[in-house]
Ligand binder design. Structure first.
Ligand SMILES: [Zn+2]
Length: 158
């Protein structure tokens, strides 16, 4: 009788719908990649900060791997959860990607052509959203203000 192999599966905590339990996290491979949370957070934050575009968990893992510091997606998922909690990064809800937190009360301008993300201050827009939520007795937990379109550089190029 064959043994049944239990496969670890867990949905991405960032709601991208992907399997966070990569097979590469098992056995020897996972032991080779063990690093402290502090080191992993520094690598993840560096990858996100150095990118001109929002990075998904898998793009962060790839970027870090390209720099000779391989991370598996599970490590990145856990790290982004910590970095989000500490307010060091922000989630781009429309693409399940992450950018460095720069400005409190901002709007992310996302270019559909080049994938760039510009973060601009928008305190008044946030005040309007807060007021609307209060008027509707809506308990807002997360607030992502994003505008998609074409950046000035891509507008000139087209
Ligand atoms: Zn663009």
């Amino acid at each position: 009788m064959a043994h049944r192999v239990r496969r670890y599966t867990a949905l991405c905590p960032m709601h991208c719908g992907l399997d966070a339990g990569s097979e590469t996290m098992r056995g020897k491979e996972s032991r080779k990649l063990r690093r402290s949370a502090k080191v992993v957070d520094a690598l993840v934050l560096s990858a996100i900060t150095d990118s001109s575009k929002p990075l998904t968990v898998y793009a962060v893992a790839q970027s870090s791997s390209n720099l000779g510091q391989p991370l598996v997606p599970v490590q990145v998922y856990r790290s982004v959860a910590r970095l989000l909690k500490r307010g060091e990064i922000e989630r781009i809800a429309s693409s399940s990607a992450f950018v460095r937190a720069q400005i409190k009360h901002s709007i992310h301008l996302l270019c559909a052509d080049c994938g760039s993300c510009e973060t601009v201050a928008a305190k008044q827009a946030h005040q309007v959203v807060t007021k609307l939520c209060l008027e509707k007795d809506f308990d807002a937990r997360e607030r992502h203000l994003e505008v998609s379109g074409h950046c000035g550089r891509c507008n000139v190029d087209s």
